[in-house]
Design a binder for this molecule. Sequence first.
Ligand code: CXF
Ligand code: ZN
Length: 382
Amino acid sequence: QTKGKPIRCKAAVCWNPGEVLVIEEIEVAPPQGYEVRIKVICTSLCHSDITYRNRKDLPLPFPLIFGHEAVGVVESVGEGVDEVKEGDLVVPFFLPECGDCTDCKSPKSNLCTKVPFQIAGSMIRSGTTRFSALAGGRHHPSPIYQVLGVSSFSEYTVVDVANVVKIPIDLPPDMACLLSCGISTGVGGAWRAAMVEAGSTVVIFGLGTVGLAVAEGARIQGASKIIGVDLNPQKFELGQVYGLTDFINPKECGDKPVHEVVRAMTDGGADYCFECVGLASLMSDAFLSSRPGWGKTIILGVEMHGAPLSISALEILKGKTVMGSMFGGIKPKADIPILANKYLKKELQLEGFITHEVSFQDINKAFDLMLQGECLRCIIRM
Ligand code: CXF
Ligand code: ZN
């Protein structure tokens, strides 16, 4: 029985910006009101964790426990929690949804205002963190901070009830883990943010996990042309599984800018252009590739250097739209279970996204694999 007591367990701690993670013994306090303590089954690495670990211009508190793609079992809940109970299979996620505020009640927003999204810090309602360090086996009362409301690089974590959803018990844990961030962002981008219609033309800049998941979402929505843009030619074959019909390798375009190639392939510009890398220059390319009149550019990537986006004022005057979207516009509490059921009905393909697997001890290898660009998702087993 661990309910109500602190739990000692292992976590991968990042002590300073840019540093590799160190497996440490830590203490995880019991959940307070409206919080849920989860035993993590497995977790995976999403690129935003790498961005936030590497960027030194953000005022993040350290030490930190990264990780925001995961699945686990509820160990105990705090007061006021009736949505999930001990033993439930749950997926935590980074974008809170209280269900009560103006934004949560509106179909137009997924940015909860009652439990606001934060990159890193303490538990949002209490302002304190549930993680603390153990030094030489002795409890050290120094706090370790949470990241993106999840901090799944720990055997146990505590999340706000707004950051968790129960999922069907027959969903394999690895697949559930995939729905926690990147794939839901990509599929959601096509489905919820852009609302791609059947017969549309789509171009996707960057065929990592998010980009390939946009293709999968566009395929499900019935898009007729799905063009992938990537520097790695192997991504075309990989992407065909998810509905890619065409491929552009910018290295093979000679002097021609990519947007001109896209315009030539789409009779003047694509209906929907997605940026899935997090580079301001690619966001501009996506915008220039979109069709005057109604073309929509959807930015899903987290700009990795914090650079501003520059677009031509004359181009946007032609009726184009640029929008950004967190989590692909999904409402996580309703939409993650919908995606889980689509997978169970074989309408949504997930298996191919898992390219690697490491043990928790080897978590830094997941960072290396991701940075080498060979990896889509690396499952980290606790
Ligand atoms: C990203 C994108 C939105 C801001 C937080 C980080 N989400 C998850 O990887
Ligand atoms: Zn993520």
